[in-house]
Write a protein that binds this ligand. Structure first.
Ligand code: HAM
Length: 417
């Protein structure tokens, strides 16, 4: 038997109803905050991510689904959405518009990670990006909207972790200091970290290996190296959070796993998720547009793992509703089925959620199935009923039954029988 690929999964009903509810809530919240939807392609040129996300990140070095197209061009299934959004912004020359650009996306991303609880190879992100503003208040506002969304979904307790990783001006000083500190303790780090000590020392701070943690803890903190403008930006950001009563914890090691960040970085975590505890990740990426060959453009955004949000929302006590049929149409015999299915078409056109039963079965067995589906009512369509034009309509809640004509059915259902 052919099975779904490891790290991918089918979203079946009734779980798909939970997805719809979460996505609808996301659209509502993002729209009141002035975000519009963007849909970018699922595959892009490999170079976009290699340059945008950074060649020495885990994502680019180990996790991308990359393949040569038939014309030998290297393509990659998108591992994240920010690089694509910035590419689209530049490609469509949206910087000409003086306004800030606020967009969101919902869709599948692909990373070849080791699958575990909350971690997949095809997963789904809700992401939002604000291009064209360097104001720290916009950062607090984006976090505020995330809080509203997570509250509405009911994911339970979360923690906001924040940091600043400085800019091209102040980070090199920190990196020099970090490199010196790393050279002294390098032999106590894992192989990946040792490689990164030379290629991309900031990434060492991001290592998740248990054994490296005590060593990393004692490395210098980037916050002590911020220049005046970066320090001021960070303080103002924290001030805007405080004025919104948004609690946070400053984590100087929070450098995030992608290379495009400048200044503010943040994550929202939840204890309910186990090892993969990051629900949301984001930050500022003022240099990304230039790395991609475009005009300097300030950017800030986040992405949230929908599988993880849904995992948490299902831990609450709200069962998913697949939607029970209002009406179960039970034809008795093949000739009646043809007319009954045309009747069902009419009921549906009038907005009735209708289950049409095509299986040959007895009335008793039809009623049993209607019960199982939690149908509100059953309409019985047999040869005799078609002759007289009067059909038994049974209310399942109390078993009450009345005779109705075809044209009366909808108004009966709408007016409570
Ligand atoms: P990220 O931290 O790589 O950031 O991913 C964001 C979120 O996607 C994570 O917090 C997690 O919930 C979810 N996620 C990531 N990998 C997986 C996986 N393998 N399985 C399930 N869920 C996963 C970004 O992608 C940036 N583009 C965020 C951003 C937007 N920064 C600025 N703008």
């Amino acid at each position: 038997m052919i099975k779904a690929i490891k790290g991918t999964r089918d979203i079946l009903p009734p779980e798909s109803a939970v997805w719809n509810r979460v996505e609808e809530t996301a659209r509502e919240v993002l729209s009141v905050y002035g975000f519009s939807e963007i849909r970018t392609p699922v595959f892009e040129s490999t170079e976009l991510f290699a340059r945008g996300v950074g060649a020495d990140t885990d994502i680019v070095a180990k996790e991308m689904y990359t393949f040569d197209d038939r014309d030998s061009r290297s393509l990659t299934l998108r591992p994240e959405g920010t690089a694509s959004v910035v590419r689209a912004y530049l490609e469509h020359q949206l910087h000409r518009d003086p306004q800030i650009w606020k967009v969101y996306y919902l869709g599948p991303m692909f990373r070849r990670e080791r699958p575990q609880k909350g971690r997949f190879r095809q997963f789904h992100q809700l992401g939002a990006e604000v291009l064209g503003s360097d104001h720290p208040a916009i950062e607090a506002e984006v976090i505020e909207l995330l809080q509203l969304f997570l509250d509405r979904i009911g994911v339970g307790e979360t923690e906001l972790l924040v940091n600043s990783i400085g800019c091209g001006h102040c980070r090199p000083g920190f990196l020099r200091k970090l490199q010196v500190a790393l050279s002294e303790i390098e032999d106590r780090l894992c192989q990946d970290c040792r490689r990164r000590c030379r290629s991309n020392p900031l990434r060492v701070l991001d290592c998740k290996r248990e054994a490296c943690q005590p060593v990393i803890e004692r490395l210098p903190s980037i916050l002590e190296f911020l220049d005046e403008p970066c320090r001021l930006h960070f303080d103002r950001f924290l001030g805007y959070l405080e004025r919104r009563d948004i609690g946070f914890r400053i984590v100087p090691r929070l450098v995030r796993g992608l290379d495009y960040y400048t200044r503010t970085t943040f994550e929202i975590t939840s204890r309910g998720l186990g090892a993969q505890n990051a629900l949301v990740g984001g930050g500022r990426y003022d240099g990304l547009a230039e790395v991609l060959g475009g005009q300097p453009t300030q950017g800030f955004g986040f992405a949230l793992g929908l599988e993880r949000v849904i995992l948490l929302s299902r831990q609450g006590d709200r069962p998913a509703s697949a939607g029970q049929p209002q009406l179960f149409v039970a034809p008795l015999g093949e000739p009646a089925l043809d007319r009954a299915s045309l009747m069902a078409r009419e009921f549906r056109r009038q907005g009735i959620h209708c289950f049409m039963d095509f299986a040959p079965r007895s009335l008793k067995s039809a009623l049993r199935l209607a019960n199982k589906l939690q149908a509100g009512h059953v309409l019985i369509v047999g040869e005799n009923e078609l002759k007289t034009g009067q059909f038994p309509l049974k209310r399942m809640r109390d078993g009450r039954q009345i005779l109705v004509s075809e044209t009366e059915v909808v108004s009966r259902l709408e007016n409570g029988f």
